[in-house]
Ligand binder design. Structure first.
Ligand code: NAD
Length: 251
């Protein structure tokens, strides 16, 4: 029997990047998977490719999460694995942070995560696993990421409290902190291609293992935390970053 047979998994932002690879990994390990995303064409085509259920839901809209939960409950009844992955990266320097950008980024990365969990709680099985996709940026002072980093630091703090409060139901809550991972997220920032390439090269040089992560690298860790092999792990944070968070003084 596969590791996740008979488990129902929901992956927010599952039509692209890390979410897509994780949906694939969870399915390969035997789970029944639901992916969500904002764009109906993208969600539909990813769901078709993966052979999973696709549901459109914007995590920054609490009523959309309500309707997502109702649809998942109608089709699957209860959920065992909730991968809170949907997120955006909108770099801006301090001094040029607009209120709209702040609300948008916090609204998806932090408020969206909190209310995804809040609304799914009633249909989570006791013993379920929640994995929050954070970032090593929560711990770095990388230029232009003040609001993004804060949204992830808030998520990590929330993870610890939620882990304590949900422990009586044996629901485990953990955070995963990737370093740079090759996904479409950077192309959505509005940066020019040359700027993006320079950014990628500079970042890669800072990674002790000298490469970007792949979405599959992250998917494997998430699938482990979702499984019964991780039954004693809760309230934890896992860096998966090629060593970038070591911050070596000499490389
Ligand atoms: P991606 O752009 O490929 O995927 C992001 C997913 O989130 C997409 O499916 C998108 O549709 C979805 N999404 C965005 N806003 C949404 C909303 N309002 N409602 C529903 N879905 C929404 O990027 P990715 O790199 O795979 O990012 C996934 C997560 O990983 C994000 O939380 C991101 O912050 C985090 N992360 C990424 C990296 C990296 O280097 N790629 C590093 C650390 C953390």
């Amino acid at each position: 029997m596969s590791l996740l047979t008979n488990k129902v998994a929901v992956v927010t932002g599952g039509n692209s990047g890390i979410g897509y690879a994780t949906a694939q990994e969870l399915k390969n390990k035997g789970a029944k998977v639901v992916i969500t995303g904002r764009d109906s064409d993208r969600v539909e085509s990813a769901a078709r490719e993966l052979g999973v259920t696709g549901i459109v839901a914007d995590v920054s809209d609490v009523s959309a999460i309500d309707s997502l939960v109702a649809k998942v409950a109608a089709q699957y009844d209860k959920v065992d694995i909730l991968f809170v992955n949907a997120g955006i990266f909108q770099p801006a320097p301090v001094g040029q942070i607009s209120e709209a950008m702040f609300d948008h980024q916090m609204g998806i990365n932090f408020k969206g995560a909190v209310f995804t969990i809040e609304k799914f709680l009633p249909i989570l099985n006791d013993g379920a696993s929640i994995i929050n996709l954070s970032s090593v940026n929560a711990y770095t002072g990388m230029p232009n990421t003040a609001v993004y980093a804060a949204s992830k630091a808030a998520l990590n703090s929330y993870t610890r409290t939620a882990a304590t409060e949900l422990a009586p139901r044996k629901i485990r809550v953990n955070a995963v902190n990737p370093g740079p991972v090759a996904t479409p997220i950077f192309g959505k920032t509005g940066m020019e291609e040359a700027q993006l390439n320079g950014f990628a090269e500079a970042m890669q040089n800072r990674v002790p293992l000298k490469r970007f992560g792949t979405p599959e690298d992250i998917a494997k860790l998430v699938a482990f935390l979702a499984s019964d092999d991780a039954l004693f792990i809760t309230g934890g944070e896992y860096n998966i970053d090629g060593g970038i968070n070591i911050n070596p003084l000499l490389a």
